[in-house]
Design a protein around this ligand. Structure first.
Ligand code: PLP
Length: 392
């Protein structure tokens, strides 16, 4: 059966070059990057090179790159590492659960937490962030304000105006963290331009290995490490370095930067646009977040009178992997918190699917998806009591 993986926002496969770059560091060059002998030096050199690549990726100094286990750890570090009782944490209601659950936890520890909601297109209005900062109720001279906003939403792909938010953070003296997990490899990065103090990315969303990521930590940001122990990563993150993972993360970042320049991103955008236009030919469909700028690989489409989960399964049986809501919510029948926050009603949210293309996607992939989606939708609608009106 033809198989098309349209769930790149959940994870991506390693590119062969990434696997090759990691290979020596499992067996031949297995040293601990903290050891002073030759094996250790070889490992250290590989980590240093990866750090240099990530510094180039973020546009920061090498010393401002901290390797970690991925997006969840980066998000948690920003929030737990900066927020203390009496501080103010401002985020949005459409963040990933790595931010939302951390927000719940710091709220229980005496941090004032404000959630800013999106427009109907899934965009965060920077002025709402400013209002939340200005409306602080507990400000004392030593209290901190942290703003955390994602670069690209994992479900809709909507790109948030992080530069404007960065300017507001600078004007008001707030710290600013960007969850850039879904932006990495899809939009050009520049932490100077973003105006952030902290920025989290994850290798597995950009064809790197799972369980490894990196964080930009602006020099002087008083973020406490989440994991304590040895003095690794300039005391920002204890634990023996995952050398093969870090090397793979570096290679993935290098290839991601290349993709932004060599036409790959434009190719993916054209495929996504064709996919979207083709699906929209089916009656009773619409794009969630259509009016906002979006990551080039993502489209989130609602299918009236279709049960989203049933469509995910029907497409899977035809070899097409898509997702309803975020992968972290799979197995749950709760409609997406992102779509609900955009004012989309429960039924429409449940009837929405996310298609997210890999950068290796082809025209044939899109042709195949456009063949099977209309068939599956038609079949499900024919069976649906809602569609046939038998529910009365
Ligand atoms: N933030 C966003 C926006 C994500 O999409 C994800 C993963 O789905 C994460 C954070 C978590 O990243 P990781 O899987 O590396 O822990």
């Amino acid at each position: 059966m033809h198989r098309v993986y349209c769930d790149a926002n959940a994870t991506t496969p390693l590119l062969p070059e990434v696997l090759e770059s990691m290979r020596p560091y499992w067996i031949e060059e297995f040293g601990n990057a903290s050891s002073i002998h030759l094996a250790g030096q070889q490992a250290r050199k590989a980590v240093d090179e990866a750090r240099e690549t990530l510094a180039h990726f973020f546009n920061c100094r090498d010393a401002e790159v901290v390797f970690n286990s991925g997006g969840t750890e980066g998000d948690n570090t920003a929030i737990f590492g900066l927020m203390r009782a009496g501080d103010h944490f401002i985020t949005t209601s459409i963040e990933h659960s790595a931010v939302l659950r951390a927000a719940d936890r710091v709220a229980a520890r005496g941090v004032e937490v404000t959630f800013v909601g999106p427009t109907k297109d899934g965009l965060i209005d920077p002025e709402e962030i400013r209002r939340a900062i200005v409306a602080e109720t507990r400000r004392s001279d030593s209290s901190r304000t942290l703003v955390s906003v994602m670069l690209a939403n994992n479900e809709t792909g909507v790109l948030q105006p992080v530069e404007e938010i960065g300017k507001i953070a600078a004007e008001t003296g707030a710290y600013f963290h960007i969850d850039a997990v879904q932006g990495a490899g899809k939009v050009a990065f520049d932490v100077e331009r973003f105006g952030c103090h902290l920025c989290s990315i994850s290798a597995h969303k950009m064809h790197g290995p799972k369980g490894v990521g990196a964080m930009y930590v602006r020099r002087g940001t008083p973020v406490e490490s989440l994991i304590v122990g040895g003095s690794h990563e300039r005391r920002h993150r204890a634990g023996t370095l995952n050398v093969p993972g870090i090397v793979g993360c570096g290679k993935a970042a290098e290839l991601a930067m290349k993709s932004l320049k060599d036409g790959t991103v434009e190719k993916v955008a054209a495929l996504r646009d064709r996919l979207e236009a083709g699906i929209l030919k089916i009656t009773g469909t619409g794009v969630n977040g259509a009016g906002a700028p979006r990551a080039v690989n993502t489209t989130n489409i609602r299918f009236e009178q279709v049960e989203g989960e049933a469509l995910v399964i029907a497409l899977d049986l035809k070899g097409v992997a898509v997702s309803g809501g975020s992968a972290c919510h799979s197995g749950s029948t709760e409609p997406s918190h992102v779509l609900m926050a955009m004012g989309i009603d429960k039924n429409a949210a449940r009837a929405s699917l996310r298609f997210s293309l890999l950068k290796t996607a082809t025209d044939e992939d899109v042709d195949y998806v456009l063949k099977v989606v209309p068939e599956a939708v038609e079949r499900l609608r024919a069976l649906s009591p809602v569609a046939t009106g038998t529910l009365g």
